[in-house]
Design a protein around this ligand. Structure first.
Ligand SMILES: Nc1nc2c(c(=O)[nH]1)N(C=O)[C@@H](CNc1ccc(C(=O)N[C@@H](CCC(=O)O)C(=O)O)cc1)CN2
Ligand SMILES: Nc1nc2c(ncn2[C@@H]2O[C@H](COP(=O)(O)OP(=O)(O)OP(=O)(O)O)[C@@H](O)[C@H]2O)c(=O)[nH]1
Length: 442
């Protein structure tokens, strides 16, 4: 395989976070790397695989650090290549010198995700598993980590492969017709039914699996309201720090501000919007347009009002099918009649904030309960949606009695979308796109 030969040169990278730490581990991988490394070490001459050795690491022929050293013999390693791990004392200056010595010994700095990329190319793990590994590392909440861990342990490849096989089976029947047009009469009705069933299964899979993606990205929670009702103050209160500018000048927030907030292990992506009102200011108007867009995309809206104010504009927002929490603010300065509100708060004093957080979790439980299926990357969802689109197109083609060769091409494209998801037919371009998101050293 051409791709494989391109990627066997010696690479190295710091695998632990950069900074002062107890220990810092550098990983190396590639063909015959041991012979490059041994001259840098005091001992041993012939390390046994997967043993930990205490030894010295030399840079420019001089003692640099006392380290632990592990050798993995190919193909029994994470990447499937010969690998070595060197654990130094966690000082970035030591790591810089060590890396310099490794570069002199013929290694190059690994690209982001390059170790995992090699693991995929060497057949150690498949592409969805590589994405699950990255999701495990980057999960920003407990539930997101649960989703990632499930996809890591159970994987989605099996389920996707079953869909793919069904498509291939359909394709086979179509091809019989293509090859023997005179002998076989295509049963369009049967083909249509099968395609329809398959589309429905895939559609249901996308629906339920998309939950995982939403959990990972955070529940989009948009704070909406008139100017000056205290939206930015509420964002700061939820985050427990001063993120957004608060002032008594209406129209202070000009653009949407997004921050992560974890409540009971659930990740919310909280978005503070520009207050909505009629405005003559072009920039404020752009902010208001962004607010409206954020509202459209929201999973949850917190409609914040100051009961002393005029809720006029809020009434213009289309709340059809939206999860909404109506919150009345500024309870510290006036008596608020709770009727018509889900919660009464003071963003300034924090009064009622815990009830609001509880409501946020309750209103979105249906989004955060993890279903049977799992999915970890937007890429995977795009592939599934593409597959579905081709299946729908082939159904239309059948209804319009288009020639069978066109149906065949469409069904084949549906299968190819799943191949892309599974990482069969890997291209360098696809690998570049996926692994550029990874950490260096992973
Ligand atoms: N020090 C260290 N910790 C680590 C890793 C690592 O590479 N080094 N990992 C990685 O990032 C994770 C563990 N995952 C790993 C997965 C496979 C292999 C490995 O050597 N696989 C071989 C042997 C399998 C076996 O003995 O059962 C193989 O697949 O052939 C190593 C680590 C998390 N912690
Ligand atoms: N007393 C009291 N004042 C508050 C409370 N929340 C916000 N305020 C004040 O109300 C004013 C407006 O607050 P902001 O948080 O900037 O309001 P906003 O809704 O983000 O305003 P715009 O950016 O103009 O849309 C500021 O003077 C805040 O200090 C509250 O709970 N109690």
């Amino acid at each position: 395989m051409e791709l494989k030969r391109l990627f066997t040169d010696p690479i190295c990278a710091l695998a632990t976070a950069r900074g002062v730490s107890a220990i810092a581990t550098v990983r190396c991988s590639g063909e015959r790397i041991l012979e490059r490394l041994l001259p840098l070490l005091e001992r041993p001459d012939k390390p046994k695989p997967r043993r930990i050795y205490l030894t010295s690491f030399k840079a420019k022929g001089e003692f640099l650090d006392e380290i632990l050293f592990v050798y993995f013999q190919a193909p029994a390693s994470y990447t499937g290549e010969e690998m070595v791990e060197l654990s130094f004392h966690g000082n970035p200056i030591i790591i810089d010198r060590a890396m310099e010595a490794l570069l002199e010994a013929g290694f190059r700095q690994a690209l982001p995700g390059e170790f995992t990329r090699r693991a995929v190319l060497n057949g150690k793990i498949d592409l969805p598993k590589a994405e699950a590994i990255n999701a495990m590392i980057t999960s920003r909440s407990e539930t997101a980590l649960d989703v990632a861990r499930r996809s890591y342990v159970e994987g989605i490849s099996k389920e996707i492969s079953i869909f793919r096989e069904e498509i291939i089976r359909l394709l086979a029947t179509i091809e019989v017709e293509l090859n023997y047009p005179d002998e076989v009469e295509t049963d369009y009705k049967d083909l249509g039914e099968k395609l329809n069933d398959l589309s429905e299964s895939i559609s249901a899979f996308i629906e339920s699996a998309s939950k995982g993606l939403r959990i990972a990205q955070g529940i989009k929670t948009v704070i909406v309201g008139e100017t000056n009702v205290g939206k930015s103050t509420l964002l700061n209160a939820l985050l427990r720090r001063d993120r957004a500018i608060v002032s008594d000048i209406p129209g202070t927030t000009r653009d949407t501000i997004e921050e992560d907030l974890s409540i009971n292990g659930v990740l919310f992506r909280v978005i503070d919007t520009a207050g909505i009102r009629a405005s003559n200011d072009a920039i404020e108007e752009m902010g208001i347009q962004r607010s409206l867009k954020a509202i459209e995309d929201a999973d949850l809206l917190i409609l914040l009002s100051d009961p002393a104010g005029d809720p006029g504009y809020l009434q213009k927002i289309d709340l059809e099918g939206k999860r909404v929490i109506r919150a009345a603010n500024k309870s510290d300065i006036r008596q608020i009649d709770g009727a018509g509100y889900d919660v009464v708060i003071s963003a300034r004093t924090g009064q009622g904030l815990a009830s609001l957080e509880k409501l946020m979790v309750e209103k979105t439980v249906d989004l955060t309960s993890i279903g049977e299926q799992i999915i970890v990357s937007a890429r995977q969802r795009v592939c599934l949606q593409e597959c579905l689109r081709y299946l729908h197109q082939s159904l239309e083609a059948i209804e319009e009695r288009v020639t069978i060769d066109i149906v065949s091409t469409l069904v084949e494209s549906a299968a190819k979308s799943l191949d892309e998801l599974l990482g069969r037919n890997l291209t360098e371009d696809l690998l570049d796109r996926i692994f550029s998101d990874f950490c260096v050293g992973k």
